[in-house]
Design a protein around this ligand. Structure first.
Ligand code: GDD
Ligand code: MG
Length: 372
């Protein structure tokens, strides 16, 4: 099967982390998210992938090229303006002559897509949708099924008063090319509000496939941090090339001062320096080339590349982008984001859930709330 990955969204709920990179290039445990998706697809013998792109497509192309280094045959398709999830796939109709897979580009899962394809065939489904139960279905597409998992109703992001099931659309579909005939060519179209309800109304056979393993949409700051925690704690697959020592992944190019206290799970990229008496309490991921100063404490956070943190600072449950400069005696509080090249001078505090934008300086520029 060919797979289409939808990666055209602007990643607004992950801003300001997505100001310079599209969501699929955001690093997850020091690798662009899409690399994890490619490993997953390859594991299921899917090696022909079409990326449906829109936002900052060059950032994806320059990293993956023709995909050969990742064992994937890659085709890039760029929309001039967003076509919506369905419109993006409709544009590729001519490339699809057999059953195909569509994935939202921000989902991390170990869904058994091989088993899902077998169900799709057995039930002669025209469109199968992976589904997963969640506590708050109002943020997702809600799916109502018969006991045999035939889909009865699909409602995108309903209010609480019309929630009829806690099973939601997990963002992976297996489809027959003929369903695309129902989408008009060259128009903006969403599967969720358009094609799915339309197929159901026309009496077509759509089936839900219950997902048994791990699933997360990493498209918010909270879920991005949660994914890291889950991967490091072993609740989600973490495919590291190297082995950890006491829950700490680092290599010989990193200098960790002998008085630093590191409590795993912690991943430290190449060429970092961890200063005297620093305390790093996992889950923490530190990208390549970062410097952590003396007596500084990091807990439950993710730092991208080339960032420096001064002395006696505290970073808690937050994300710091590339090349940020955080001074001495700084406190970055829970749920905050410091974007690429941003600066926090000595003695400052970044309050809970606040975002500092790329290149901004906390002392002179304004800040915004992180979108939930
Ligand atoms: N090519 C292209 N063009 N891709 C798009 C476009 C577009 O116009 N719009 C969105 N996408 C991509 C995004 O990049 C993302 O990978 C995927 O489609 C889903 O968009 P999100 O913006 O992340 O949607 P969501 O998370 O609010 O909701 C969707 O995912 C949920 C599961 O995580 C819906 O499919 C829900 O029904 C579903 O439950
Ligand atoms: Mg999403």
């Amino acid at each position: 099967m060919k797979a289409i990955i939808l990666v055209g969204g602007e990643g607004t709920r992950l801003r300001p982390l997505t100001c310079n990179v599209p969501k699929p290039m955001v690093p997850v445990v020091n690798r662009p998210f899409l690399e994890h998706t490619f490993s997953y697809l390859k594991h299921h013998n899917i090696d022909e992938v079409i990326l449906a792109m829109g936002y900052l497509p060059h950032r994806i192309k320059e990293h993956f090229g023709d995909g050969k280094d990742y064992g994937i045959k890659l085709t890039y398709e760029v929309e001039d303006s967003p076509m919506g999830t369905g419109g993006a796939v409709k544009r590729l109709h001519h490339l699809l002559d057999d059953t195909f897979v569509v994935m939202n580009g921000d989902v991390y899962t170990d869904l058994d897509i091989t088993e899902m394809a077998a169900m799709h065939k057995e039930k002669q489904s025209v469109c199968s949708i992976a589904m997963v139960p969640v506590e708050d279905p109002t943020k997702y597409g809600v799916i109502e099924t018969s006991p045999a998992n035939k889909i009865r109703k699909f409602t995108e992001k309903p209010g609480w008063d019309s929630v009829t099931s806690n099973n939601i659309n997990a963002g992976t579909y297996i489809m027959e090319p003929k369903v695309l005939e129902q989408i008009p060519y060259g128009t903006f179209h969403m599967f969720e509000q358009g094609l799915f309800p339309k197929l159901l109304l026309g009496g077509e056979s759509l089936y839900g496939f219950p997902l048994k393993g791990y699933w997360i949409d990493m498209g918010t700051v909270e879920s991005y941090l949660k994914l890291h925690g889950d991967m490091l704690k072993g609740q989600a697959a973490l495919n590291m090339q190297s082995k950890s020592k006491d829950g700490i992944w680092s290599d010989e190019t990193t200098r960790i001062h002998r008085t630093a206290k590191i409590q795993g799970p912690v991943v430290i990229g190449a060429g970092c320096t961890i200063g005297p008496r620093a305390r790093i309490t996992g889950p923490v991921v530190i990208g390549a080339g970062c410097n952590i100063g003396e007596d500084t404490a990091l807990e439950d956070c993710v730092l991208w590349r080339q960032t420096s943190v001064g002395n006696q600072s505290t970073l808690n449950h937050c994300v710091i982008g590339n090349n940020a400069k955080i001074g001495n005696n700084v406190w970055v509080k829970s749920g905050s984001v410091v974007a690429d090249d941003a600066v926090i001078g000595d003695g400052n505090k970044l309050a809970n859930g606040i975002a500092l934008w790329p290149g901004h300086n906390l002392e002179s520029d304004s800040v915004t709330f992180v979108r939930r």
